[in-house]
Design a protein around this ligand. Structure first.
Ligand code: PEP
Ligand code: MG
Length: 897
């Protein structure tokens, strides 16, 4: 490599993509340094070195050592201390940092540069031997674990033993005397040597290179790989390694560490929001072991105002406020800022785009526009479409509402991630995952969570922890996953061994075991015993504004999949511009209709079938009328019967007897007919247009019901745009024949009524063959609607209903697919077929209307494909409409870039 592999924080890298080269952490420190924010000096080794290092079996590019040495010398010059110099020892942190944040997934080492000599220098210089030996034992602990592979539990054992010898096994770390810490350092060293087979290195250069290697290697540790898979982060990016002079938040009461969000990450409100721990290192805040205090007096728990940084050190607080404002203005987005105060001097250690709830994302985006910081188009890109789902999350009644009903919370904690959930409790992540796989709804109960727990958090419907604050691992990860979370429930005593949760309520201890049910209110930080009813969430006012901008930016139209008038009304309220799919067979399944449908299917001969169709027809017409009224002015695609007749056959003896009675036939005769209609593989059998052609009376009835309903409501002054949609077509001849039948029936309806109405006939595209002959199909269709559920099923030859048995293994373990193709459209295969169909269809019929109505119509990545493929609309379930509108806008903006 000809260019530099190591960059000091004040380096001017021009228009290089800093995040790609230096990782998010290195990029942030470099940008902050150049903005004049006080950052402890340091340098970053690039992600390219990591990629190289891992590819070349752990060897570094030529000249790296010299570059590191020169950069270190520069840092030493700025700080006035030197690594390994006992008279003025420099200590550094060595941290990982990829181009996107992977919280807690990779390794970090602090206090590097301490050894048996420099620790004495530090003790003397700081005048605080306790502090010096505490720093040293932390280094031993981290270095021994991360670089030398000595399990962290071993340190706990040594520490526990020492405390016991000191006479109090339960004493806090901070109460250990300097002498005890000195002893601890000795014991840690002995333990490391015996466990690792070699001593902790006294040579500071060896320490440094050991740490750098460990950081690079941690890119490929198991939990980082798992996290990348979950988040879709590329394995080839690598991590950067940042080496930075240490500052100490644990140098007494005028020191401390904190985290500040420039806005409230739960609600989006524009107030500085954060937490602070006096006399503590940053790790203590994030690890959730001690529960920190709010930064501001306004946010502090009653009685704790004087413990806030705002009250304790107003000048330092004011400085932090200034830095936060500068950082937010620079990045044009809410920031998550980590800072440390060392004996009254504030340093910013890290800034990054703050993770936030969907609700906060929307509010912040809209307010940033109002403040003139970003444009509406930029605001649209600030909200991850999937995060809107949280807005539509269920919630519990408020604590006051519940109290009014006599329901008291079992315990309270911090409202770490909003939403609500009821579930059976489990105490470890593997158990959560296992039970969720069995279809159980579980809540994960932990003392605190760590990165190893992510799969369990994902599997659980909610998370509750006994310790930790709003920025603890549990809180941050739960918010990212959109899971509700209550953190820091002080009354919880979690016993992993007994798998028990003990809660002290009013002097009395209540015990809960695995499987017992609790309810969480993540918005208010409450935990309730037993199951509670959840209520649907209300939307927030800023969402309307964001949606208006989205609607102005998008090209794709957005429709809804819905079968009921109520669904159609909801869809309109969520912004639907029509119905993209009304599955009419759902109308057949209402209790009182099912029997008539069964009789129609099993009637002996055409006459009997027609009789039952006449019974069903008025019901269908009524349904269609109601839907047309609800969709006044908007198009509605009504799909003719799609299901295999097989699905409607009676199964139990009672059902058969009942149908036989209605038909005036013997039960044996009905059973015999039902058996004759049985299919081995109904989804690939007698269904959809195949039924329409072999039993044309059924489709005729439906066409008549649709058009009579359209005429009737048009007479009331409603504007109707019926689109009759034929499913599972594979042959142009099928469509041609079906269209002729439908048109003939339409003409009869119009003749009977003495008036006409405009309508369209189109086809669903659900079979690979249909894509390949789309140019022929378009001769007989005014529109195509891609049924990507069936198209995925038939393209892959994977049954929609059985895919769950092995697809997760394909995706998660074997990595044969990057996502479940039934959730995210497979562009390579299914997408290629769609492109063929688009070209063929439009080649025959200019202006052919094209849409997607499979589940993919609500998936942001699939919507992006629909934009690129030039479709006209996507159709999805009503609650996903806001997601689809935003995703469509983002897709359009991306194409414009
Ligand atoms: C489809 O196949 O994508 C579709 C929308 O139809 P259904 O899911 O009803 O088969
Ligand atoms: Mg289908």
């Amino acid at each position: 490599m000809s260019h530099a592999n190591v960059h000091l924080f004040d380096a001017d890298l021009g228009d290089t993509n800093l995040k790609h080269l230096l990782g998010g952490k290195g990029a942030g420190l470099t940008t902050m340094t150049r903005l004049g924010i006080p950052v402890p000096p340091g340098f970053t080794i690039t992600t390219e070195v990591c990629v190289d290092f891992l590819a070349n079996g752990g060897s570094y590019p030529d000249g790296l050592e010299a570059e590191v040495a020169a950069s270190l010398a520069s840092v030493e010059g700025q700080v006035g201390r030197r690594l390994g110099d006992a008279s003025a020892p420099l200590m550094v942190s060595v941290r990982s940092g990829a181009r996107v944040s992977m919280p807690g997934m990779m390794d970090t080492i602090l206090n590097l540069g301490l050894n048996d000599e420099t620790v004495k220098g530090l003790a003397q210089q700081s005048g605080d031997p306790r502090f010096a030996y505490d720093a040293y034992r932390r280094l031993l602990q981290m270095y021994g674990d991360v670089v030398m592979g000595v399990d962290h539990a071993r340190y706990e054992e040594v520490l526990g033993q020492l405390k016991k010898e000191q006479g109090d096994a339960r004493m806090l770390d901070k109460d250990l005397s300097p002498e005890a810490l000195q002893e601890l350092v000795k014991r840690y060293q002995a333990m490391i040597e015996s466990e690792a087979g070699k001593p902790f290195p006294q040579d500071v250069q060896e320490q440094l290179w050991g740490a750098i290697g460990a950081v690079f290697r941690s890119w490929d540790n198991e939990r980082a790989i798992r996290y990348r898979k979950m988040q879709g982060i590329a394995h080839r990016w690598g991590t950067a390694c940042t080496v930075q002079a240490m500052v100490f938040g644990n140098m007494g009461e005028t020191s401390g560490s904190g985290v500040a969000f420039t806005r409230n990450p739960s609600t989006g409100e524009k107030i500085l929001y954060g937490e602070y721990l006096a006399n503590a290192q940053g790790e203590d805040v994030v690890a959730g072991i001690r529960t920190p205090v709010a930064l501001t007096a306004a946010a502090a728990a009653p009685g704790h105002e004087d413990r806030t940084l705002e009250r304790r050190q107003p000048d330092v607080f004011a400085e932090i406020v200034g830095h936060c404002a500068a950082l937010e203005a620079h990045f044009g987005d809410m920031q998550d800022v980590e800072f440390t105060v060392e004996q009254g001097k504030a340093y910013v250690l890290q800034t990054r785009t703050g993770k936030r709830t969907g609700r906060a994302a929307v509010r912040i985006a809209v307010e940033l526009v109002a403040e003139g910081v970003v444009t509406p188009e930029q605001a649209l890109t600030r909200v991850e479409p999937g995060s809107l789902e949280q807005l539509l999350h269920a919630r519990l009644p408020t604590p006051d509402e519940l109290l009014a009903k006599g329901v008291k919370p079992l315990a309270s904690g911090l409202p770490a991630s909003p939403g609500a959930a009821t579930g059976a409790i489990v105490f470890d992540a593997d158990e959560a995952e296992a039970q969720a796989k069995e279809g159980k709804t579980v809540l994960l109960v932990r003392r605190e969570t760590s990165p190893e727990d992510i799969h369990g958090m994902k599997a659980a419907v909610g998370v509750v922890t006994a310790t930790g604050g709003m920025t603890s691992h549990a809180a941050v990860v739960a918010r990212g996953l959109g899971k509700c979370c209550v953190a820091g429930v002080g009354a919880f005593d979690v016993d992993y061994r007994k798998r028990q949760l003990r809660v002290v309520v009013g002097g009395e201890t209540r015990t809960f075991g695995e499987g017992d049910v609790l309810s969480l209110d993540g918005s208010h930080g409450k935990v309730y015993a037993g199951a509670l009813d959840v209520v649907a969430a209300a939307t927030i006012p800023e969402l309307d504004q964001l949606m208006t901008w989205a609607d102005e930016s998008r090209r794709l139209k957005v429709r809804a999949n819905t079968d009921t008038p109520a669904g159609a009304r909801t869809a309109r309220s969520y912004g639907a511009e029509g119905i993209g799919l009304c599955r009419t067979e759902h109308m057949f399944f209402a209790d009182e209709r099912l029997e008539a449908v069964r009789c129609m299917v099993l009637a002996d001969g055409e006459e009997g079938r027609n009789h039952w169709l006449d019974v069903i027809a008025p019901m269908q017409r009524g349904d269609f009328e109601a839907i047309f009224r609800a969709m006044d002015g908007l198009p509605a695609a009504l799909r003719l019967l799609d299901w295999p007749l097989h699905e409607f056959l009676p199964k139990t003896a009672d059902e058969i007897a009942s149908v036989a009675r209605a038909l005036g036939d013997s039960a044996d005769a009905v059973r015999a007919r039902a058996e004759a209609m049985h299919e081995v593989n109904p989804m690939l059998g007698h269904r959809a247009v195949r039924v329409g052609l072999t039993f044309p009376a059924i489709y005729r009835m439906q066409v008549r019901a649709i058009l009579e309903a359209a005429l009737a409501v048009a007479g009331e002054g409603v504007t109707v745009h019926p689109e009759i949609m034929i499913p599972v077509v594979g042959l142009a001849k099928e469509l041609e024949a079906m269209r002729a039948i439908a048109e003939a029936e339409a003409e009869r309806v119009f003749a009977d009524a003495g008036t006409r109405i405009a309508y369209q006939i189109g086809t669903m595209i659900e079979l690979p063959r249909a894509c390949l002959v789309a140019h022929q199909l378009a001769q007989h269709a005014e529109f195509f609607s891609f049924g990507t559920n069936d198209l995925t099923q038939t393209t892959f030859g994977i049954s929609r209903d059985d895919a769950g048995r092995f697809l997760p293994t394909y995706v998660d373990d074997l990595e044969l697919l990057s996502a479940d193709p039934f959730a995210r459209l497979d562009e390579e295969g299914v997408g290629a077929l769609i492109r063929i169909a688009v070209e063929g269809g439009r080649g025959t019929r200019e202006g052919l209307k094209l849409g997607v109505c499979g589940e993919h119509g609500g998936d942001p990545a699939s919507i992006d494909f629909c934009e690129r493929a030039g479709l006209d609309y996507v159709s999805c379930s009503p609650p996903r409409l806001p997601i689809a509108r935003l995703a469509a806008a983002q897709a359009a903006l991306r194409r414009r870039d």
